[in-house]
Write a protein that binds this ligand. Sequence first.
Ligand SMILES: [Fe+2]
Ligand SMILES: [Fe+2]
Length: 257
Amino acid sequence: MDSVTIAHVSDLHVESEYYSSDLAYNVQERLSELEPDVLVITGDLTDDGYPHEYTSAKDLTDRFKAKRKLVVPGNHDARNMGYVIFEDVFGTRFPSVDVGWLKIQGIDSSEPDIDDGHIGRLAYTLVERSLGGREIKVVALHHHLIPVPGTGRERNIPVDAGDFLELIAKLGVNAVLSGHKHVPWMWSLNDMLLLNAGTATTLRVKAYIPPSFNILSIFRDGETSIETVESRTLRSRIVYKGNMLEGGKLYWSHEPR
Ligand SMILES: [Fe+2]
Ligand SMILES: [Fe+2]
């Protein structure tokens, strides 16, 4: 396989008052047509982590067609001990997908009953071991690592975001997939792509920024294109074209030289 198509979907919030089954149906249709190699869901599948919400979330994600799926929990999924149910329904909170030259490592950045993110040093070791030596390295987690414009007062960035960013830059991670803010955006930081997906299936949006999801096409030589798809109209627009292998540089180090 010399190219990988990744559908990046986030913040489903099934059973919430803002959830829209029409939007969910549209996402389902687009994924059926595309049948991506990997579907990455970056958290907040439920609204409060309750068992019946997990049942609905599982039903919905089962309808999303993809060859492989990687699901990480969000802060909403960790409420009310939902993190226990998450593992029963979706398996590990630290899943990975490995296609040989490309590997995606998922991380649970949630903490029970608080909205702030936290990665934690145990996960640093996991990421280091998991992604070391891969040609293209991707990390997926719910919380955004740097601010996203159009989201008001900044909050909930993982409390250890700085140390984690240093680690992944040092590892040469090429892309980070996140959600949480319900606003799609992309930054390139030290040539590492930090890609945020909007909410795919809810009306919990900011102003006129529509519900959406992202599709990434990555070739083994690093050539990458990213499009964002509006869930309501399924209109899509290319937001990035470039080479991912030019990414992931550490320019500064606190270590003595
Ligand atoms: Fe959310
Ligand atoms: Fe969230």
